[in-house]
Write a protein that binds this ligand. Structure first.
Ligand code: GLU
Length: 287
């Protein structure tokens, strides 16, 4: 690969078998990487200690190889980099850009419902009403010292002041590129580290896209709004912003997003039913 060539990635979470939607994203990433003279990496986004399973990691590699997709080694497994995410998180905390939140989901729902307009984030979750922002530092320290369960939230207002500049990014679609203005404020004080691990999807993905030198992020439209938060984190952390393409989603016959929980057929099911990789490629427009 020539120096400076594009680097893409396919980044599934191993909490279910891959389905046609994953196949489309993986094939599109591979196709674009090839056409741009670059490469595509495979990243295993396994920060969820409960839902991620080693057998599903192996199944991802098997399913992708069956589709004809292989990736440069070593693969990045996020669960092996929790210390790096912790350091990144500590940096944001030290700069006053993140605070611990002791609220339960139920408390957040109840307080958000009571707040004017009951606003929601782009994923449909109630916007955090800011209960733990500005808690007395002494009391916070005591609760942390007691080991009280908590997430870490970005202080959105402080983060926007700190980023202090244009929060736009370049979106590409075929040969066309356009500037998109990111609006991270619509996420409110989003969780950047979960209760059980020192990161969230948002923090880990931004960290890893930079760590792996990703130049082009190609992922589903369901993550388009999250890019606003990612651009903000990149500015705060002094990381480069890749170009983004958010592709359309493969829907089931009811027009719903494919999901294991909705009983969507996995690639393994299709394989067992005698469907060939060529048929999958053709069905997804990669013949
Ligand atoms: N791990 C995420 C998922 O499986 C994708 C993350 C990304 O492409 O940024 O939905």
């Amino acid at each position: 690969m020539r120096p400076g060539a594009p680097i893409l990635r396919f980044a599934p979470s191993p909490n279910g078998r891959l389905h046609l939607g994953h196949a489309y994203s993986a094939l599109l990433n591979a196709d674009l990487a090839r056409r741009m003279g670059g490469l595509c990496r495979l990243r295993i986004e396994d920060i969820d200690p409960v839902r991620s399973r080693p057998d599903l990691v192996a199944a991802i590699v098997t399913d992708l190889a069956w589709l004809g997709l292989t990736y440069p080694e070593p693969l990045r497994h996020q669960s092996r980099h929790l210390d790096s995410y912790r350091v990144t998180l500590q940096g944001l905390i030290a700069r006053g850009l993140a605070y611990p939140c002791f609220c339960s989901r139920g408390q957040i729902r109840a307080r958000a419902a009571a707040s004017a307009g009951n606003p929601h984030d782009p994923d449909g979750a109630p916007l955090y009403p800011g209960t733990c922002r500005g808690l007395d530092p002494g009391i916070t320290a005591e609760r942390l010292a007691r080991g009280e369960p908590h997430t870490w939230r970005i202080d959105m207002a402080a983060a926007l002041r700190c980023a202090d500049g244009s929060l736009d990014y370049e979106a590409f679609d075929g040969a066309e590129t356009r500037r998109v203005a990111a609006d991270p404020a619509r996420w409110g004080d989003a969780v950047i580290a979960r209760r059980d691990v020192p990161t969230s999807y948002h923090l880990a993905v931004v960290h890893d896209d930079a760590e792996e030198g990703i130049t082009h992020v190609v992922r589903g439209r369901d993550l388009e709004a999250a890019t606003d938060l990612h651009v903000l984190l990149q500015r705060l952390l002094g990381l480069p912003t890749p170009r983004y393409h958010h592709h359309g989603l493969i829907l089931d016959p009811d027009g719903e997003k494919l999901a294991k929980s909705r009983g969507s057929q996995s690639l393994a099911d299709l394989r067992a039913a005698g469907v060939t990789p060529e048929q999958i490629r053709a069905r997804l427009g990669f013949a």
